[in-house]
Design a protein around this ligand. Structure first.
Ligand code: NDP
Length: 400
């Protein structure tokens, strides 16, 4: 029995609210709070229609620690699922400490004025959460999230030592728009325009953006050009599995997407520093977000599927072993169930299952943790039931 506060009423918040309501015996009281309360109300109406569960709504500026901690205290919250933006992570963690509430998120903190993806800011909260007897679970979406759980599961059951890890992320869906991002455009464009980075024999190797690419074959989809980019879970996975010699992250992009991205960058629209426009400061990428399609609205016409997983090579009983664990998710199915597209769906379900693990005392210990530091087994069973079944194959050619 837990009182749950969901922060953020975007695409992922929509899925989290619908799925959390399916566990109403565990999450007995749910409050959805976000900057724009009308979006919370629309989601709450849909949850009521689809599941019969009432959820409360509230307006909150999650960057205002006092305002948020007062809301958490007033609701007598036990756990926050933070699916607002990465900029708010630290303020929400501060509010949780102030109000004595446990914490879970799906993306690591980013400062607004610098596109940097590092856990150092959030890991620095470890002692404060320990002292307060509170658990913080970081990065519990799909990637990061499911990918860390897959790695922990493979390490527990299939390998004595993991040496090579490649996370492969394919979205073979078609939303019918010339250009749109699958989650918050500002966060997405900051992420994919970064330099690439991967782990090799104890060091980080930097690459130019999209410099390394090759076709990879995705189950049920076929070959898709896949680009090496940096992704935040690599940082925690190489720390938590120190036998890993090489860790990389690959994401598919279409030529059309990359062409749009190049133009956006070349004309300065991906900029994160303020510029003056008619006497007013604007941040180009925030203006761009305002004119791009809302990722939360893509679901209705989205066709096709995502395929995300881990391709792992290592040693088992003295012999080389390979393993591929993955999930495929159809955008149409996600939309039918929650009114959101597949990327929001595959992010929101692991967040709810992480919260469930916490509520069942399976993933609960004071401090700040990444998902792979907990027992993957109960999570893997439940996440499959909740809508993200997984597949695994062994002894196969990994292409990497
Ligand atoms: P959206 O932009 O659709 O939603 C973000 C929501 O947060 C919006 O409702 C927004 O409010 C709200 N918000 C923003 N600032 C504040 C604030 N200061 N106070 C309160 N609420 C605020 O994003 P998504 O739903 O696509 O993504 C949500 C999170 O999930 C992001 O952090 C993203 O990085 C993460 N993510 C993680 C993935 C994973 O696999 N791990 C994959 C995809 C996303 P408003 O409606 O007013 O704008």
């Amino acid at each position: 029995m837990a009182r749950l506060v969901i922060i953020g009423a975007g695409g992922v918040g929509t899925v989290v609210a619908h799925k959390a309501a399916c566990y109403s015996k565990v999450f007995t009281d749910i409050l959805l709070a976000s900057r724009t309360v009308s979006k919370c109300i629309t989601i709450a109406d849909s949850v009521k229609k689809k599941t019969g569960v009432d959820i409360k709504t509230a307006a909150v500026d999650a960057e205002n620690v006092k305002e948020l901690s007062a809301l958490l205290k007033d609701f007598q919250a036990d756990l926050v699922i933070n699916v607002a933006l990465p900029y708010q992570d630290l303020a929400i963690m501060d509010a949780c400490l102030e109000a004595g509430v446990h914490y879970l998120d799906t993306a690591n903190y980013e400062p607004k004025d610098e596109a940097k993806f590092e856990y150092k800011w959030q890991w620095a909260y470890r002692e404060r959460f320990e002292k307060a007897g509170l658990t913080a679970i970081l990065g519990c979406g799909f990637d990061p999230g499911m990918t860390g759980v897959y790695t922990a599961y493979a390490a527990k059951h299939h390998f004595d030592r993991i040496e090579y890890l490649d996370i492969v992320d394919c979205n073979a869906g078609d939303h019918g728009k010339a250009f749109a991002t699958n989650f918050n455009p500002e966060i997405n464009i900051r992420e994919v325009t970064q330099k690439g980075k991967y782990w090799k024999d104890g060091n980080w190797v930097l690459t130019e953006p999209h410099e390394i690419h090759k076709p990879l074959t995705y189950p049920g989809i076929g070959p898709r050009e896949s680009y090496l980019i940096y992704h935040e879970e690599l940082e925690s996975l190489v720390k938590n599995f120190p036998t890993i010699r090489q860790a990389r992250f690959w994401m598919t992009f279409s030529q059309e997407y990359l062409t749009h991205l190049r133009v956006i960058q070349n004309i300065g629209m991906a900029g994160i520093k303020p510029v003056m426009y008619k006497g007013m400061e604007i941040i180009p990428i925030q203006f761009l977000k305002a004119v791009l399609p809302d990722p939360g609205e893509l679901g209705e016409n989205y066709k096709g599927e995502t395929s995300i997983g881990c391709r792992i090579r290592g040693i088992k009983n003295g012999k080389e072993q390979t393993c591929y664990i993955w999930n495929n998710c159809r955008h149409e199915d996600a939309y039918r169930e929650t009114g959101a597209q597949g990327v929001s769906y595959t992010t929101g379900i692991p967040a709810v299952i992480g919260a469930l693990m916490w509520a069942q005392n399976l993933w609960r210990r004071p401090g700040v943790y990444n998902v792979e530091e907990f027992d993957p087994d109960p999570f893997m069973s439940e996440v499959a039931r909740a809508g993200l079944p997984w597949n695994e194959e062994f002894g196969i050619e990994l292409e990497l």
